[in-house]
Ligand binder design. Structure first.
Ligand SMILES: Nc1ncnc2c1ncn2[C@@H]1O[C@H](COP(=O)(O)OP(=O)(O)O[C@H]2O[C@H](CO)[C@@H](O)[C@H](O)[C@H]2O)[C@@H](O)[C@H]1O
Length: 641
C-alpha cells in the first residue's frame, strides 16, 4: 500500500510529464494510477516503449485512421466495417433494439422455452439478449493446440458465443514446436508486450493475434512455450516448469483485456473471465489479489470451468513466492496433503494448489456436465476438494459440452473417405471397409468393430480394457485402439497387436484424422472411463452412427441413453449401453449385448444409430445455458472484493 501511495504522489507532482502524454496515454494513466509502483512502472514503461507499436498495430486492425482496412494474415485486406464494432462492457438489448434484461431461471425453464428464448427458431443463429466481453483463458484451443477435450471445447465454444454476439477473446500460449497446429503461425505479432513480475524476476511476454470466426485468438509468446513435445510435456514426462509457464499465461491473460486494442478498442475492465482448469486457475486470484486492491477489474467477474478435477496444479509450498501474488494471499492457495499421502516422517504435506485457489476466489464454478457437477462434491469424485466445492454449491453448475458440428459431420468430414447421413448410411459401411484395409485387418463388413480413442490414462479405464481384452478377442470382432500416454500401455497395445494380428490394432500416437476415421468406421465405441467430466468421443460416435458402450458415470451417464428394445411399443429407445459398476465383468456383459444386437437385430441396431445421429450436439443449447450463468454472475457482487 505504501508503494501505491508513493506512486500516486509521484504521479501528481509531475505535471510536466503529463503535458507530454497523448490523450490515449492520459486515459491509460487514469486506469493505471491505481497500480502499485511496480505495476505502475511496468505500465508506464509499456505506455512509452510499446504504445507506438500498439497504436500502429491498432490502426492496422481497425482502420481508425488511414484506409478503413484490416489486414488479414494472408495479406488480403478486409473492410473493418465487416467486423462488428466491438463494445466495452456488456450490453443489454432486446430484439427490437431497446435495452432490456429478461431474466429466467435454468431450473424452471423448459428445454423448449430455452430453445425459443435463446437458441432461436429456424435457420438463423440465435443472438444473446445480454452480451458480454468474454476472455477465455486456456492451455489449449483447437485447431491451434490440442491434446484432448479441453482443446476441442476452447476451440469451438468461443465461436458459438461470438456468433451469439458476445465479444470473445481466447488467450492461450503460442506453442511453436512439438505438436502445434501450423495455424498458430498465422497469428500476427501485435508488437504489444507485457512485463510480468514472477519467479524472482521480470518476464516479458508478447501477444500475437488472429481474428478468426468472430473470435480474437490471442497467443502469449514466451520462450518457455517453444518446446519439443506437447503443451504439457515430452517423452521424458511433464515439463518441470509447468507452474511457471501457466503462471505467465494467467498474468498475461489478465493484462490482455487492458492493453490489446483488438479491432481498435480494448476489452476493458468489465469483462468476464472463463478460466479453464488449473492452468488458468490463477486468473480469479490475480483479479482479487493483484488488480482489485488498486481499483482495476472491480466490475469484472470470473468463472472457473473444471474439465478435469484430477489435475490441480499442486506444487511445493515454497513455490508460492514465485507466483507474483502478495504474501497475504497464501491462504487461498494453501493445501495440506493428508497424513497418509505424505512421503516421509518429516514431510509436512504443505503445498500450493492452483485449482483450489480458483475454487475459493472465482465468482462461479462450472463443470462440463450436470452429473460431474454432483460427483465432484462427493468424496469419491472430489479429489480432496469435495468439501470446498460443496461449500460453494450455490454457485456450482454443470453444463454438458456441445461439439463442433462442422468439424464432426459425417456428411462433410474431410478426414473420412466416404460421406453419409441419417438418410443414407451406405457411406458408413464403405468407411468401415476402408478402415479395415488401411489398418491391414481382414475386410469383413459383417464383423463388428469396437473402437477406443483417448488418452492412455487411468481416468479412461484402460486397465479394465487391458484385463478384458483376452475375452473380447474370443468373440468374432475386431478391436482398434488409438491413444498415447502411459508408456506401459503403449507397449501393451503393440504387444497385443502382434498376438492378435487379424483382430486387434493399436495405433500409438495422437492423430486427429485417424480419430475421425475410427469414429466413422467402427460400429461400437468403448469408453470404460473411471470418471468422465463430460466426454466428447461418445458424442462424436453417436453423431457418426457408432454406438457407445460406456461406464455409467459423469457426462457419459448424462449423454448416453441405455438401450431398451421394448420401449416405444417395441420400436426401442436409447442410443447405446451404459454399464455399472466399473468392472471387467459388467463391461464385458454390456459388450456382449452390443455385439449380439449388432448380429441378431439389425433393425434395432439401425434404430440405435439413427436415434444417436438425429440428436442435436451443437453448442447452441450449451451456449444458452452459459449465458444464463453469465447473467447470474453479473447480478451478484463479485465474490472477492
Ligand atoms: N490419440 C489421439 N489421437 C487423436 N485424437 C485424440 C487422441 N486421444 C484423444 N483424442 C481426442 O481428444 C479429445 C478427448 O476428449 P474427451 O472429452 O473424451 O477427453 P479429455 O479427458 O481429454 O477431456 C477432458 O475435458 C473434456 C472437455 O470438457 C471433457 O469432455 C472430458 O470429460 C475431460 O476428461 C477428443 O476429441 C478425442 O478424439
Amino acid at each position: 500500500m505504501e508503494a501505491l501511495q508513493i506512486s500516486q504522489a509521484l504521479f501528481a507532482s509531475n505535471p510536466s510529464k503529463d503535458s507530454k502524454l497523448s490523450k490515449t496515454h492520459q486515459r491509460r494513466r487514469a486506469d493505471l494510477c491505481f497500480f502499485s509502483s511496480s505495476l505502475w512502472d511496468r505500465r508506464f514503461e509499456h505506455g512509452f516503449s510499446g504504445a507506438r507499436s500498439v497504436k500502429r498495430w491498432a490502426r492496422q486492425q481497425s482502420g481508425f485512421s488511414g484506409p478503413n482496412e484490416e489486414k488479414k494474415n494472408d495479406g488480403k485486406a478486409v473492410l473493418a466495417k465487416e467486423r462488428e464494432v466491438p463494445f466495452v462492457g456488456y450490453r443489454l438489448e432486446s430484439q427490437d433494439g431497446k435495452e432490456e434484461i429478461e431474466s429466467f431461471s435454468l431450473d424452471t425453464i423448459s428445454d423448449e422455452e430455452l430453445e425459443t428464448k435463446n437458441v432461436g427458431v429456424g435457420e438463423e443463429k440465435a443472438k444473446a439478449k445480454v452480451t458480454y466481453n468474454i476472455v477465455v483463458v486456456t492451455a489449449e484451443a483447437s485447431p491451434y493446440s490440442k491434446t484432448g477435450g479441453l482443446g476441442d471445447v476452447c476451440g469451438s465454444l468461443p465461436i458459438t458465443l461470438a456468433e451469439r454476439r458476445h465479444r470473445v477473446m481466447v488467450v492461450s500460449p503460442r506453442y511453436l514446436t512439438g505438436n502445434p497446429s501450423e495455424k498458430i503461425r498465422n497469428a500476427v505479432d501485435t508488437q504489444c508486450s507485457a512485463k510480468v513480475s514472477c519467479f524472482g524476476g521480470t518476464q516479458e511476454v508478447t501477444f500475437y493475434h488472429e481474428y478468426r470466426a468472430g473470435v480474437d485468438w490471442v497467443f502469449v509468446d514466451h520462450p518457455s512455450y517453444q518446446r519439443s513435445g506437447n503443451p504439457y510435456g515430452d517423452s521424458v514426462g511433464a515439463y518441470g516448469d509447468n507452474q511457471f509457464r501457466f503462471t505467465l499465461l494467467c498474468h498475461a491473460a489478465c493484462e490482455a483485456p487492458l492493453v490489446l486494442p483488438l479491432g481498435g478498442v480494448t476489452y476493458g475492465e468489465k469483462c468476464l473471465f472463463l478460466a479453464n482448469d488449473w492452468h488458468a486457475g490463477l486468473v480469479p486470484v490475480l483479479l482479487a489479489a493483484k488488480y482489485r486492491p488498486h481499483g482495476v477489474y472491480k466490475d469484472a467477474r470470473s468463472i472457473v470451468v473444471i474439465h478435469n478435477l484430477a489435475h490441480q496444479g499442486v506444487e511445493a509450498a515454497a513455490t508460492y513466492q514465485n507466483l507474483g501474488l502478495p504474501s497475504e494471499w497464501y491462504g487461498a492457495l494453501e493445501w495440506v496433503f493428508p497424513t497418509w499421502s505424505r512421503t516421509h516422517a518429516l514431510d509436512t504435506g504443505e503445498a500450493v494448489n492452483i485449482l483450489k485457489s480458483a475454487i475459493v476466489t472465482a465468482d462461479r464454478i462450472l463443470t462440463v456436465s450436470q452429473g460431474y457437477s454432483w460427483e465432484i462434491t462427493t468424496s469419491d469424485g472430489g479429489y480432496g476438494l469435495h468439501d470446498l466445492l460443496s461449500s460453494r454449491k450455490n454457485v456450482l453448475n454443470g453444463i454438458t459440452n456441445g461439439i463442433d458440428v462442422a468439424e464432426w459431420n459425417p456428411a462433410s468430414d474431410k478426414h473420412i473417405p466416404f460421406h453419409y447421413s441419417i438418410e443414407d448410411l451406405s457411406g458408413k459401411v464403405k468407411c468401415k471397409e476402408t478402415l479395415q484395409k488401411e489398418l491391414g485387418l481382414p475386410i469383413r463388413p459383417d464383423v463388428p468393430i469396437i473402437g477406443f480413442i483417448g488418452r492412455l490414462d487411468y481416468q479412461k479405464g484402460i486397465d479394465i480394457i487391458q484385463a478384458a481384452t483376452p475375452e473380447i478377442m474370443q468373440h468374432d470382432v475386431q478391436f482398434i485402439m488409438l491413444g498415447s500416454g502411459d508408456p506401459q500401455m503403449e507397449d501393451w497395445m503393440r504387444a497385443t497387436e502382434s498376438s492378435y494380428r487379424d483382430k486387434f490394432r493399436g495405433w500409438v500416437g495422437f492423430n486427429v484424422p485417424i480419430s475421425h476415421r475410427i469414429t466413422a468406421g467402427c460400429d461400437i465405441l468403448l469408453m470404460p472411463s473411471r470418471f468422465e467430466p463430460c466426454g466428447l468421443n461418445q458424442l462424436y460416435a453417436m453423431r457418426y452412427g457408432t454406438i457407445p458402450v460406456v461406464h455409467c458415470t459423469g457426462g457419459l451417464r448424462d449423454t448416453v441413453v441405455n438401450f431398451n428394445p421394448y420401449a416405444e411399443g417395441g420400436k426401442g429407445e436409447g442410443t447405446g449401453w451404459t454399464f455399472s459398476p466399473l468392472t471387467k465383468e459388467s463391461m464385458l456383459s454390456a459388450l456382449r449385448l452390443a455385439i449380439g444386437t449388432y448380429r441378431e437385430h439389425k433393425s434395432s441396431w439401425e434404430g440405435l444409430m439413427k436415434r444417436g445421429m438425429e440428436r442435436d450436439y451443437s453448442w447452441e443449447h450449451a451456449a444458452a445455458q452459459y449465458e444464463q450463468i453469465f447473467e447470474w454472475v453479473f447480478v451478484d457482487p463479485s465474490y472477492v472484493r
